[in-house]
Design a protein around this ligand. Structure first.
Ligand SMILES: [Zn+2]
Length: 120
């Protein structure tokens, strides 16, 4: 199994899981019906999770406009690349926008500017 996933897909699944966590936390409030402050606490946490997920979804929308659409050389589908290196959304083929990195081993840290400068 490859450890890396397409960034936009990764953030999207994070936002989706936040919604589920929010609902589970709010559902948990039912078990504390006798303690009103706990119910309020759980409800607030649940709403916060869902609000956060909405923010993350908005952030994805913003990132998508900045991502570069490329045709994947492996599966010929159009995928979005974020940063210098990213994975194909469909087949997890490593893709790069930097010609200097072509043919190199995929490394998420290429997106980290300080490490790249150190290598140069
Ligand atoms: Zn692909």
């Amino acid at each position: 199994m490859k450890p890396y996933k397409n960034k936009i897909n990764k953030i999207r699944s994070f936002a989706l899981s936040l919604i589920f966590i929010g609902f589970i936390v709010m559902y948990g409030a039912i078990f504390f019906r006798e303690h009103q402050w706990l119910v309020i606490l759980f409800m607030t946490l649940g709403v916060l999770c869902i609000l956060l997920s909405t923010v993350v979804y908005g952030w994805i929308g913003f990132l998508s406009t900045r991502a570069v659409v490329v045709e994947c050389p492996s599966c010929q589908k159009h995928t979005k690349v974020l940063g210098r290196v990213d994975m194909c959304m469909y087949c997890n083929e490593p893709l790069t926008l930097d010609p200097a990195l072509i043919g190199k081993e995929f490394d998420q840290s290429y997106n980290n500017k300080s490490k790249t400068q150190h290598q140069e």
